[in-house]
Every structure is written in C-alpha cells, then in structure tokens.
Design a protein around this ligand. Sequence first.
Ligand code: EPU
Length: 293
Amino acid sequence: MHCWTGLRPYCRADVPLREHTWYRLGGPARWFLTPLDEDQLLEIPLLCRDAGLPWRVLGSGANVLVRDAGFDGAVISLRQGKFTSFDEHGGLIHAGGGSDLTKLVKFASDAGLGGLECLAGIPATVGGAVRMNAGGKYGSISQFIVDVTLMDESGAIESRLPHELGFAYRSSYLAGKIVIAATLRTEPDDPQRTRARFKSIWNEKHATQPPLSERTAGCIFKNPPGHSAGRLLDQAGLKGRRVGGAEISPRHANFIVAHREATAADILALIDLATERVWSQFGIRLETEVDVW
Ligand code: EPU
C-alpha cells in the first residue's frame, strides 16, 4: 500500500500493532504515522477527516488490547522527535505527550522534585497517562497537572487547565484529542525521601503484581465504586482461569497474562467470562480499564 502524498516521510502502511503494545497481540494498523513535530502532526486529523478514516493515538501500548483483525485506520505515535522530551524549571516539569512517564517519575524522584513518586511503576507515555488519568492507590496524575496542550479533531492546538478536562477515576474528557504536552507541578522535597518513597511503591507493586517480564496490560478492570476488582475476581475463584493462551494471573486477579500462544480473542473471551462470573456471583458489573481497539 502507498502512503498519502505529503505524509510519506513519516507514514508506513500495514504495521503490526503487536510490535507496539505490551501485550504483543493484535493485527495491523492500516497506517502508522510518526510525526516529528506539531506541523507534521496537524495535517493528520484533517487528512483522516477528508478520507473518512478513524484515527487513534497510541502511547506506550501499556493499556491497549488490539483485536486480531487490527485497526482499519490511522494510528498516530508521538514517541519520536520533539514530543519525547521533558525539562524542569522552578519545580514545574514540561513534558512532551510522547515522553516516557517512567523516566520522568524516576528523574523527579532522584532530584527531590516531590509528589510524582506516587506514580512509580506505571508504564506509560505522558500523553496516555494524562488521557486516562493514570494512577494507583497513592495518587493520580491529574493532581499534578498545571496545564495540558492538546490538538483537537480539526487540528487546532489549545491549552487547557485541569478543571476543564473532566478528570475522574481513570478518565477525562480527552478521548478523541491528542495530548501534545503537559506541565506537571512538583514540591521541593528531600531527594532521599522521594527516592525512598519511589523505591517502596515500586517494591510493593513488584511484590503484589505480575512481573514486567509477563505480557499484561496492567489492570484489566476498573475498581467499581467501593470495591476492588482484583479482590472480587479472586473471591470468584478466577485466579489461574484460562481461555486458550490467556490466563487470569495467579498473583493478582485483575491482570490477564498472555502466554506464548495467546490471541487477542482469548483475552477478550476471558474478559467476558470474568465479567459474567462477577456479575452472577456479586451482582456487580465490571468495566474494562484497558482500551480495546
Ligand atoms: N486483592 C485480592 N486478590 C487479588 C488482588 C487484590 O484479594 O488477586 C486485594 C488486595 O489484597 C487488596 C485489594 O484487593 O486488599 C486491592 O488490591 P491492590 O492493593 O493490589 O490494588 P488494586 O485496587 O487492585 C490499584 C490500581 C493499580 C495499581 C494498584 C497499586 C486500579 C484498577 N488498579 O490496584 O493500577 O497498580 O492500585 O497502586 O485502579 C492499572 O491501572 O493498570 C493498575 C494496575
């Protein structure tokens, strides 16, 4: 397949998305676009609109399950060029949407730029983390956001304050927008303290969640209000339950591990089975946290 005229330097056709997700599952994207700067980025939503083609932004692929059929549209990745850098002035960290959250959090913790260490061990790009308000029991990224620069469906770039972005538990109004950059606030702290907190949160995750060497997409379900999805799935006896190459982690029931022979269909069938089981046993409807493409 040929690429669109003008987009050729940063457009590839039929790119297997499994190479770009932590699950390493799923089919190809019709187009895979890797713009280097805002000028290259801003023509993409317009071209897609004219072509009647859906588009999505892919972060680090840590929270996405791509179906085996792939995605018949354009996938935009900001993990190159100017989108990947971050810098700090006076405790404010200005980060590109494609920059690596893990590196940013480690940098802040090492430097005594306090607060962000509560996000230790969350694999993400800054854009993906902001879009889904990533977090854990010690905090979420939205509590540190000063402003977000985004591009909308028409290619317009605007800056938004956090109260305009509808942040809630693992959600925001940013669906369908492109996070170009975000500014995060930190508080001066003793580097020894921030480093120690980072390490203890990292270790806690390591002890209770499947190792990073296993293929997962983090937590599969959101925690229903007042409940823990992991505990409900565990109490429903689902740890170790398999469909094909997909298995509910024996370590933490809210993770589905993809074994070597797994397909995306196996993961989806196991999600359905688990949702059904929790519904019939507890009358609670679990909602997925992973984004299914
Ligand atoms: N639990 C069980 N069985 C299990 C898993 C958990 O009984 O198989 C119990 C635990 O013992 C604990 C409670 O359930 O009493 C809650 O579990 P945990 O502390 O592991 O936290 P979680 O609510 O399952 C949340 C986030 C995680 C984040 C951790 C730690 C969600 C859906 N999950 O998990 O985020 O890593 O807190 O901060 O919000 C993710 O977003 O992908 C993710 C993994």
